[in-house]
Design a protein around this ligand. Structure first.
Ligand code: BES
Ligand code: ZN
Ligand code: ZN
Length: 475
């Protein structure tokens, strides 16, 4: 799909607002409304397809004052699917209806169209999604720099597809070494410095929590450091830490088979960080950002860690293991400590498919969040709103903190007492950031979904690439 200023497309796309004058002047629309075939309700679409002559598709966008980017993304995603159905090769679109909000809404429209072509079909002999749209002609009547908006949107969307493709890849092919090498191959081309620490280097750093999880796997762990220094004049650094468990069997606290078959998605946080770093670097944002991933598998063998073990961590805080399936927080404990003590990040965001409790609480729709800084949280929430990627802040209090205190070690890896799994997991992590402002995002429900939802495909969603990008951009 290529975008270009101009005209000459096969099908005209008409954006219809509420009480649009065209509803009076356009004969076809008048008849359709009179006969209740079309009601111009927000989200509606009417296809006037003429194989031989000029065709038109009407998109109802509702009230311009209430129209947000997410509505436009959804409408244009649906349009993309319709165009594919009719095998349309080129369209004309006029975005001038968007008025003051043009830039954000055009960005959303482009994104929606691009999203309609995504599929993870590399293992399918017969592809399900066959894109047909080659050219999108955008009417040259805009007061914005269209080329710049297009370039930014394409890089963000590429970031989203990078995340999806990494997360959808199965554990047979996607293990720590591969994840690390993929990050390097993808990010080096956009000027990100990627350093991969192997097991010996991880041992030297005394990342005992990461090593405990990794010891049951025949595949060695990796620690991935991705540095993008977009502002040489500033010493400020933001760390993005992603959970990188390339397969989570649960370990000796083994998962039931039904919960295990999608656990290749447990590096969803890592995938998101890599996709976001791509978009940030490709668009040359003026910030210093360091991505960190502790990559490992969580498996069972004679070497694996066991329930009851008391393990160490890079921070030297000791941890009593009650459940080997609560492994993500162990890998993150060392990655967060590294962010705080070695990178000396000024702010930290971690993103992780961390708890089934989050799926129970918020479903596949909303990401759960825990923070030690309401200021940082409000910035992340603003970025997520713009992205159309909802986040809900969960409570932090000492009662939850007490639930991860052990009688035999400094911390427990799962809580005593019942319930509250999103908070206890998040507040376990809080112990490893010291006083650095930090936000934790639990994407267990949102990173990988069972069925498609508007422009989010079934499987890996790539959610929060846009949130992280917007957050860094708005800094
Ligand atoms: N990777 C899982 C969490 C998960 C669940 C991700 C569903 C995606 C979808 C995590 O490592 C885990 O197993 N957490 C346990 C923690 C429990 C033992 C305290 C859980 O949620 O059951
Ligand atoms: Zn687990
Ligand atoms: Zn896990």
């Amino acid at each position: 799909m290529k975008f270009e200023l101009g005209s000459g497309g096969q099908v005209n796309i008409i954006n219809l607002l509420i009480a649009d004058t065209q509803l009076q002047t356009n004969k076809l629309l008048k008849v359709l409304i009179e006969n209740e075939v079309f009601s111009n309700k927000k989200g509606e679409q009417y296809v006037d397809y003429q194989p031989e002559s000029e065709s038109t598709i009407y998109l109802s966008l509702g009230d311009l004052d209430k129209l947000d980017a997410e509505d436009v993304r959804k409408a244009y995603h649906k349009l993309g699917k319709t165009l594919m159905q009719y095998k349309v090769k080129s369209i004309n679109v006029d975005f001038s209806v968007f008025k003051e909000n043009t830039k954000h809404l055009i960005q959303a429209a482009i994104e929606g169209l691009l999203q309609s072509e995504y599929a993870f079909d590399k293992y399918l002999s017969k592809k399900k999604v066959i894109p047909t749209l080659e050219k999108v002609y955008v009417k040259n009547n805009l007061e914005i720099d269209f080329e710049a908006v297009l370039k930014e949107t394409l890089a963000i969307y590429k970031g989203i597809t990078i995340t999806r493709n990494l997360v959808n890849e199965r554990a047979k092919h996607m293990y720590p070494e591969v994840l690390a090498n993929s990050a390097k191959a993808i990010l080096q081309q956009v000027g990100v410095k990627v350093t991969i620490l192997d097991k010996a280097e991880i041992v030297a750093l005394e990342m005992d929590a990461l090593l405990s999880v990794a010891q049951g796997s025949q595949k060695d762990p990796r620690f991935i450091i991705m540095e993008y220094m977009g502002n040489a004049d500033s010493s400020k650094k933001i760390a993005l830490v992603g959970k990188g468990v390339t397969y989570d069997s649960g370990g000796y606290s083994i998962k039931p088979s039904k919960s295990m078959d999608t656990m290749f998605c447990d590096m969803g946080g890592a995938g998101t960080v890599i996709g976001a770093m791509y978009a940030i670097a490709k668009n040359e944002l003026k910030q210093n950002v360091v991505g960190l991933v502790a990559a490992t598998e969580n498996l069972i063998d004679g070497q694996a860690y066991k329930p009851g073990d008391i393990i160490n961590s890079m921070s030297k805080k000791t941890i009593e293991i009650l459940n080997t399936d609560a492994e993500g927080r162990l890998t993150l404990a060392d990655a967060l400590w590294y962010a705080q003590s070695v990178v000396k990040a000024d702010e930290i965001i971690d993103i992780a498919t961390l708890t089934g409790a989050c799926v129970a609480a918020l479903g596949e729709i909303t990401t759960g969040a825990i923070t030690n800084s309401d200021k940082l949280m409000s910035q992340v929430l603003a970025a997520s709103k713009l992205a159309g990627e909802p986040i809900w802040q969960m409570p932090s209090s000492d009662e939850y903190r007490d639930m991860v205190k052990s009688d035999y070690a400094d911390l427990l890896n799962t809580s005593k007492g019942s319930g509250g799994g999103v908070m206890t997991a998040g507040l376990f992590l809080e112990n490893f950031v010291n006083d650095t402002p930090w936000v934790h995002l639990d994407i267990a429900g949102t990173a990988y979904i069972g069925s498609a939802r508007s422009y989010l495909p079934q499987g890996a969603t790539g959610i929060h690439v846009k949130t992280l990008y917007n957050f860094i951009k708005n800094k």
